[in-house]
Design a protein around this ligand. Structure first.
Ligand code: ZN
Length: 148
């Protein structure tokens, strides 16, 4: 099951894409779409941004598309920037795992040290491209496990 469900129909706002921020935040439950850390454990709301899943530099028509806007912590958004799989990877069906449509456990498994193991080529691509095993993320995952 996908982790995030998007509001349908898309809300209407006036202004640029940033006007969608509160609606996107709600769809992603105040959680980073990539590392899955919540605002509480990632320096709060001001550390979160809107990411264009399909980078605007390569997909300019998607700039104002509500469904292309993902809630992301600043480090993930900053690392992702305009990264996108090249044609060779795309032709093999490899790209960023999209937790609005993809099931987490199909792609990732959390290991005892708090790192994520990629179970699919797309998951391995995503982990590497977004550095999803950053030391801080592993520490947070271990902390959350202890709290449960
Ligand atoms: Zn993140």
């Amino acid at each position: 099951m996908a982790m995030f469900a998007r509001t349908k129909p898309a809300p209407t706002v006036s202004g640029g894409y940033s006007a969608f921020k509160s609606a996107v935040r709600s769809d992603f439950n105040s959680t980073c779409a990539y590392c899955l850390i919540t605002e509480l454990f990632a320096a709060g709301r001001e550390n979160f941004e809107l990411d264009h899943f399909f980078p605007v530099s390569k997909f300019p028509l998607k700039e104002l598309d509500f469904y292309n806007l993902y809630y992301a912590c600043h480090p993930c958004n900053n690392i992702k920037r305009a990264q996108w799989p090249d044609d060779q990877l795309t032709n093999q069906g490899i790209g960023f795992v999209d937790l609005c449509t993809d099931d987490f456990t199909t792609h990732f498994r959390e290991l005892p040290d708090g790192s994520w193991e990629g179970l699919t080529p797309s998951a391995r691509y995503t982990i590497e491209a977004l550095r999803l095993n950053r030391h801080h993320l592993q520490e947070i995952r271990l902390l959350l496990r202890r709290l449960q």
